[in-house]
Ligand binder design. Structure first.
Ligand code: NI
Length: 317
């Protein structure tokens, strides 16, 4: 990432951005969450993807995010190089209006998706939705289509079995699909064989619905060495916890995201709640007003090795 030559204004900005990046990898995520976002550099649709280098830092695990007595585990933050995947029609490696149009052939016309966004230059935020697909997921997909926003879903295998068409619709619309086990147990309470079964059945159910999941999120953010061994994909946690399952408040969900998201944030929500689905248009508009580009998790963290734990993505620097 060469930004030379630097004028003094540019240097000040660079210094500020580096200070912010340094803050965000310290085990004091709160200082990161309340910091003013680095102003986004507008994404250049045709720009080559200058991929971020790997950064790894110890961070505290996010607070428990779901209705459970789960005990969070220590986590690593990792951001690494993106890589294209065949399951993403709007792949960033070939950003073009034609590609995006093709990806949306089965959906309503929508604004261009942020394929090709370089999160080392743009301030990216990844919205993620857990526990679906469910009765409110189609409404969310309509809303995302209308707003031209691309997100990441972490699906329960049993719910994918109930709604296979929604799983395919997610992928066709350019969203990223990850697995969230088969039936949402707290994995750290299971023995190794049970963990492996939950993970593998979840992946199989989503695959049977027509989409191969490329990421994994352990329920409640609870994982151990066994989870990492059998995950078969990066473990994606989060940095912004909306606690939408608890508040069931559209207003609070909107406010929490807009107050806490910063460059590189992975935001946890649940499309199982209509209050959350109702919050999404305001979240999308509010984040864009603040200069953020909405991307899928892998757009921001790339293609880390299976078992790698991720809570945060790339900062501009
Ligand atoms: Ni969940």
């Amino acid at each position: 990432m060469s930004l030379l030559p630097l004028g003094s204004w540019r240097a000040d900005r660079l210094l500020a951005a580096r200070l912010l990046a340094a803050l965000c990898v310290l085990p004091v995520l709160a200082s990161c969450a309340v910091t003013e976002p680095v102003r986004a550099v507008p994404a250049r649709p045709g720009a080559p993807a200058a991929h971020p280098t790997t950064t790894v830092a110890r961070t505290p695990t996010p607070t428990p995010s779901e209705p459970s007595n789960a005990t969070p585990s220590p986590a690593l933050t990792t951001a690494v190089t993106p890589a294209p995947s065949s399951s993403k029609p709007g792949a960033r490696s070939t950003p073009s209006p034609t590609t995006n149009a093709a990806a949306q052939a089965t959906t309503r016309p929508a604004p261009a998706r942020p394929g090709g966004t370089d999160c080392a230059k743009a301030a990216c935020v990844a919205l993620t939705f857990d526990d679906g697909p469910g009765p409110h997921t189609a409404t969310l997909l309509d809303s995302l289509d209308a707003n031209g926003a691309t997100v990441t879903f972490f699906l329960r295998g049993d719910h994918a079995e109930e709604h296979p068409a929604l799983v395919r619709r997610m992928a066709k619309a350019g969203h990223e699909v990850g697995s969230h086990t088969y039936s949402h147990p707290e994995l750290t309470r299971l023995d190794a064989a049970q963990q492996r079964s939950q993970i593998e059945r979840g992946v199989q159910a989503i695959t049977d619905a027509g989409v191969t999941p490329t990421l994994f999120r352990p329920p409640y953010g609870a994982y151990d060495a066994t989870t990492k061994r059998y995950a078969g994909a990066p473990l994606v946690l989060w940095g912004v916890d909306t606690r939408d399952w608890k508040t069931r408040s559209t207003e609070t969900t909107v406010t929490t995201v807009l107050n806490e998201a910063h460059a590189g944030s992975i935001v946890l929500m649940h499309d199982t709640h209509p209050t959350t689905v109702a919050a999404v248009p305001r979240i999308v508009a509010g984040l864009r007003e603040r200069g953020y580009t909405l991307v899928r998790v892998s757009d921001m963290v790339g293609d880390p090795a299976a078992g790698t734990v991720i809570t945060h993505g790339q900062h501009p620097a």
